[in-house]
Design a protein around this ligand. Structure first.
Ligand SMILES: Nc1ncnc2c1ncn2[C@@H]1O[C@H](COP(=O)(O)OP(=O)(O)OP(=O)(O)O)[C@@H](O)[C@H]1O
Length: 374
């Protein structure tokens, strides 16, 4: 993905229609990302930051309003529109890039038996095999995804399956297309908590067996960490339509370079980190700004505990992090940046430690005020 943008025209009310300045939601705003063969990337961020839009754009389900997406060098949308020299057809690209939705129930046609749901992709990828061979393939894949006796499951309808079983069918159906990459959009949030690790392990095993890349979308750092650590992949942290940090789970959790990554760490209490001493969230404001009108400069500057004037004025780009893996978009990574000479913004502090010391002092002041007024 090269400098990809997806801007949506915001739905307008009656009065807005008479105004010329239609508002635009900057769901994805200038993202470049390479996904290699057998790669694993987890997109992580708060609700509405653009994860699903970016994922769908990556697999060719959403047309970008700017930038380009190439699959093995072929521009996906030029293939679709039949523009230029098309080396890989759009049909081939659609087969190669598959999606597993958040809600497996709605992804399966309720009126069709599992056998019919699964034979459809096989007819597509292997038009010349016999019915018996097709059944044999479906049978062995269902067993592989942990659904035994497979013959019994093949005859069922989706409503006769549990959430976890439906998710396994959806996974099997995606794999029957022999994909090169699978987008799993919050794919385990519909699965019972007790089964999540099992499904995540299954996906990781199948990734290796089927030689696919995976793009996982999650708002939960502990799930993203599990995938990235066990699948030897990266986590890309998104904020208001941009990637603000990317790297291994180990580095992001133990040595985050972007203050927003710290917020996500703070919001994930089960990470068992000694360093997680803070009781207060490391932000100045809880509310996420509107993607229709994102803040100037660094989009995180309105919430960042260590934001300075430079952050309001200048837009940071993703740069390699010093002495570590991955990239971060924060001026604090550059010791020579004018950030260091500019003034802290209102409510921000010189350092993270000072921010927390101030927050603790304010809390005790307000506690004593409450005590006095009592
Ligand atoms: N088709 C659309 N038309 C207009 N706005 C849209 C459309 N799809 C998404 N958006 C907006 O784009 C922004 C990003 O949405 P997106 O669903 O990609 O975020 P997300 O991070 O996946 O959120 P969630 O975790 O809640 O699914 C949001 O402000 C959303 O309201």
């Amino acid at each position: 993905m090269d400098d990809v943008e997806v801007h949506f025209e915001k739905e307008q009310g009656l009065l807005d229609r008479f105004r010329s300045d239609a508002s635009v939601v900057r769901a994805v705003d200038g993202i470049s990302l390479d996904i290699e063969e057998q790669d694993l990337v987890c997109l992580l961020g708060e609700s509405g930051c653009g994860k699903t839009t970016l994922g769908k754009t990556m697999i060719g389900l959403q047309r970008p309003t700017g930038g380009s997406i190439r699959y093995r060098g072929q521009d996906i949308w030029e293939a679709k529109d039949g523009e230029g020299d098309v080396e890989i057809t759009h049909e081939e690209i659609r087969r190669a890039l598959q999606i597993i939705h958040q809600d497996p129930g709605s992804a399966l046609n309720p009126n069709r038996r599992i056998v019919n749901i699964l034979s459809e992709p096989l007819r597509h990828t292997h038009p010349n095999i016999s019915q018996a061979e097709r059944r044999e393939r479906m049978h062995s894949l269902l067993e592989r995804v942990g659904m035994t006796p497979a013959g019994d499951f093949l005859e069922r309808y989706p409503h006769q399956l549990s959430g976890g079983e439906k998710q396994r069918v959806v996974l099997a159906r995606a794999l029957l297309m022999n994909p090169n990459a699978i987008l799993a959009d919050e794919a385990i949030s519909a699965v019972d908590v007790s089964l999540r690790i099992e499904i995540m392990d299954l996906m990781l095993e199948l990734q290796e067996e089927f030689d696919t890349s995976f793009l996982f979308i999650s708002h939960d750092l502990s799930n993203a960490r599990y995938f990235a650590e066990h699948g030897d992949g990266r986590i890309a942290v998104m904020y208001l339509g941009e990637i603000v940090e990317i790297g291994t789970a180990e580095r992001l959790i133990h040595d985050p370079r972007h203050p927003y990554t710290e917020v996500l760490r703070w919001a994930t209490p089960n990470l068992d980190l000694d360093a997680m001493e803070a009781e207060e969230p490391p932000i100045r404001q809880i509310d996420v700004p509107d993607p229709v009108n994102p803040p100037s400069g660094c989009r995180f500057h309105t919430r960042c505990p260590v934001a300075r004037e430079a952050c309001r004025e200048e837009h940071p780009t993703l740069e390699d992090v010093d002495g570590g893996d991955g990239k971060a978009a924060c001026f604090r990574e550059d010791p020579n940046h004018r950030y260091w000479d500019s003034e802290p913004l209102e409510g921000a502090a010189e350092s993270r430690e000072e921010f927390f010391a101030n927050a603790a002092a304010e809390t005790s002041d307000s506690n004593s005020e409450t005590a006095n007024s009592d």
